[in-house]
Design a protein around this ligand. Structure first.
Ligand code: SAH
Length: 227
């Protein structure tokens, strides 16, 4: 079964957006993965098509109503749908390459994009939404975050990147940052490509890359464990 993404959003026109171009978009067109959007506003029940209301307890902003969001979730993912239900949220677990890889090997994902102050806690609990964050900053809505998640996942779906998908030396794949890359010209503004890379000695190149990768990880991201 190929990866099926369903995105619940107030702004379905934002999709596929950047997910429609390059290798990710080609994978989409070729059916290696699929993407559908669910317009949250279609599930509103009043004539103004209201999807949000003021926060209980006071305070600024608006909160997405739990009943409307639950109807949208249940419509796109009935109880027996095996796909994880994800809420993009700055309070969520930080997105990792490992989680992206797990998702890529699974049946897909139902992704809820928050807006305004966020969503009513009761629907998070009642529909068992897995909260995922793309970083420690606050966006205006979950759509761009969902695109980030889907781009990270889609490139790992078998066939999307072809042979490259098996690369395990990329940043985060083995716990650290990747070594630096070089390509022609041999001399760029007086700087040469490191000699070892043009030596043809693959053993030495491999060793050099590992050392560079370890040094970079130590210097920039000592929190990452290089295995
Ligand atoms: N009041 C919330 C922020 C709401 S931002 C708080 O302080 O935690 C509106 C919506 O944007 C959120 O519901 C979420 O869906 C999305 N969003 C904002 N920042 C995000 C992030 N870093 N990662 C993932 N989603 C984010």
């Amino acid at each position: 079964m190929s990866f099926r993404a369903s995105v619940i959003t107030l702004f379905p026109d934002m999709f596929p957006g950047p997910l429609g171009v390059s290798v990710i978009g080609r994978g989409l067109n070729e059916g290696l993965w699929s993407l559908d959007t669910v317009a949250l506003r279609d599930f509103a029940t009043d004539k103004h098509r209201t999807v949000d209301d003021t926060p209980a307890g006071g305070g600024p902003g608006m909160v997405l109503k739990p009943d409307i969001l639950a109807s949208a979730i249940d419509h796109v993912a009935p109880q027996n749908d095996p796909r994880p239900r994800i809420l993009m949220s700055p309070r969520g677990k930080p997105l990792t390459q490992a989680r992206a890889r797990e998702l890529a090997l699974g049946p897909g994902a139902v992704i809820v994009c928050g807006r305004f102050e966020g969503v009513d806690q009761r629907v998070i609990d009642a529909r068992n939404l897995e909260e995922i964050s793309i970083g420690d900053y606050v966006l205006a809505g979950g759509e761009v975050a969902a695109m980030v998640l889907l781009e990270a996942v889609a490139r790992l779906i078998p066939g999307v990147l072809g042979a490259e998908a098996s690369r395990d030396d990329e940043s985060f794949e083995s716990g650290g940052l990747e070594y630096p890359h070089y390509t022609r010209p041999q001399n760029f503004e007086g700087h040469e490509i490191p000699e070892i890379l043009t030596s043809g000695d693959h053993g030495k190149i491999e060793k050099w890359r590992r050392a560079e990768s370890e040094a970079l990880t130590r210097a920039r991201r000592p929190d990452l464990k290089k295995t």
